[in-house]
Design a protein around this ligand. Structure first.
Ligand code: COA
Ligand code: AMP
Ligand code: ZN
Length: 433
């Protein structure tokens, strides 16, 4: 038995399209019950009757992260909060985060997709699954947790951090399957080395799920060598429930988009017109099996392409390639999404600081770090190091509250940060070095 839901996973394409159309009609009808979509549909003279085929979806405007933020917390909700059983949201206190609300059906549907993904690469109830995602508001925590329980694994909800304990748990309980962000696996391997251990000899690891962060094929290969087992790419995002949106099968040749639950478009990020199959563009997704908070044509901002042709595993859902970047300026640090504007807003609240700053993303002995250099105003400069130190600490704490990552902070003289063509450089990416 290699499929979790054989019939759905191998549905012939015409039948898949039939199912998608049926579900799309339901999603649009349901979306119209939310204050936000009700208004958008009315303004554009659109309703469920506008859809006769899957292509008709293109008549609908796209939904953006800003739309979700502007209508936070309940503007996209299609039902009473009495029916809601969970919420997840992205980080941020200076602006509104992006919040997703789930009813019972939505949670069941999500858990099923995570279970389907995990099962597709051989995870079974005989496996012991350890999750190093942050629990709480990060969807990678509870999302993988309930998916693994659904498969019947013994689960170890280790959560993020404390690498020595992660390794102890792995060894004491015989962890066979682990979920981690790729950058953390570099750090964890350094801790294995410090302890004089190797994952190959000293653990029972059989497979890794890696995702939530862009990484290259070379990084995957390196992780597979470091741990001596396959590392499968997993794509998810909070707006689309969390993990379990697209997942690699054993072939390791791209991630199957679960097209019975997500309608996928790849568009040119400038013109928003569809690109031909196989060409790079921005991924736009419509939820097909979500009741409380359906999203119509959501711009993920992730750049990818559809991998043409069928997959040897027999699944008929199309595959997407690993992400090549984003069409906005978001970056991911230690598994946390960061928009430079979030950091800027924290810095600009402080009267001692000028308007220039530089965020450097680096890697040191396997661990990623973020260095923020901020220019002081001329009149704020002082040789009172206690005062400067206190300011650095305050900035680090405020930024940690905002993005969940603790930065190193350096205050520098006005005019000392590099400019390119007179324009301030805001983010310097050094993690590939
Ligand atoms: N996942 C799990 N643990 C991580 C991690 C990651 N992405 N990045 C770093 N860590 C570990 C560190 O190695 C450190 O443990 P160790 O010293 O025992 O090795 C510990 O977490 C604290 O890290 P540190 O860098 O000192 O602190 P921070 O304040 O900058 O970061 C984290 C705090 C790591 C807890 C926070 O960034 C986080 O929760 N990241 C995980 C996000 C996540 O789960 N994303 C998936 C979403 S699907
Ligand atoms: P979040 O909502 O915090 O889960 O973050 C979602 C974002 O993380 C996506 O929009 C992607 O930019 C990124 N992401 C998730 N999975 C992957 C992956 N497998 N590869 C690259 N980036 C990913
Ligand atoms: Zn496949």
């Amino acid at each position: 038995m290699m499929y979790w839901q054989e019939e759905i996973e191998t549905l012939p394409t015409p039948k898949l399209h039939e199912l998608q159309l049926k579900r799309l009609l339901k999603s649009v009808q349901r979306a119209a019950m939310s204050p936000y979509y009700k208004k958008v549909f009315a303004e554009n003279n659109l309703s469920v009757d506008s859809i006769k085929s899957l292509e008709d979806l293109r008549k609908f405007p796209m939904t953006t992260k800003e739309d979700m933020r502007n209508n936070y917390p309940y503007g996209l909700l299609t039902c009473s909060t009495d029916d809601i059983v969970r919420m997840h949201c992205t980080s941020g206190t200076t602006g509104n985060p992006v919040a997703v609300l789930y009813n019972r059906h939505d949670l069941d549907s999500w858990v099923n997709l995570v279970a389907r993904s995990m099962f597709s690469v051989g995870t079974r109830n005989t496996d012991i699954f350890q999750n190093s995602s942050g629990y709480g508001l990060f969807t990678g925590g509870l999302g993988f947790q309930y998916g693994a329980e659904k498969v019947g694994c013994m689960t170890i909800p280790a959560g993020a951090g404390n690498s020595r304990r992660q390794i102890k748990l792995m060894r004491d309980f015989g962890t066979t399957t682990m979920h981690a962000v790729p950058s953390y696996l570099g750090r964890l391997r350094a801790v294995f080395d410090d302890l004089g251990l190797t994952p190959q000899k000293d653990t029972k690891l059989k497979r890794l799920f890696i995702g939530a962060e862009p990484h290259s094929e070379e990084t995957r290969k390196r992780i597979e060598e470091m741990y001596g087992c396959p590392a499968y790419n997993s794509f998810g995002m909070t707006e689309m429930n969390g993990p379990g949106v697209a997942f690699e099968c054993k072939e390791e040749k791209g991630m199957h988009m679960w097209e019975d639950c997500y309608l996928m478009e790849i568009v040119n990020p400038q013109t928003l017109e569809p690109v031909p199959d196989g060409e790079m563009g921005e991924l736009v997704l419509t939820t097909l099996d979500r009741e409380a908070l359906p999203l119509i044509r959501y711009r993920t901002r992730d750049l990818t392409r559809i991998i043409p042709g069928p997959c040897a595993c027999g699944r008929t859902s199309r595959r997407i390639d690993r992400f090549q970047g984003r069409s906005d300026d978001m970056f991911i640090m230690k598994g946390c999404n960061v928009f430079p504007i979030q950091i800027e807003r924290v810095l600009m609240r402080l009267p001692e600081l000028g308007s220039d700053y530089l965020i450097t993303l680096g890697r040191d002995n396997g661990a990623d770090y973020m260095l923020i250099q901020a220019e002081l105003k001329t009149d704020a400069f002082t040789d009172n190091y206690t005062k400067l130190n206190a300011l650095c600490k305050r900035i680090a704490a405020d930024i940690r509250d905002e993005i969940q990552v603790t930065p190193k902070v350096e205050l520098v003289d006005k005019g000392s940060l590099p400019k390119s063509d007179g324009k301030a450089v805001r983010v310097k990416e050094m993690r590939h070095l």
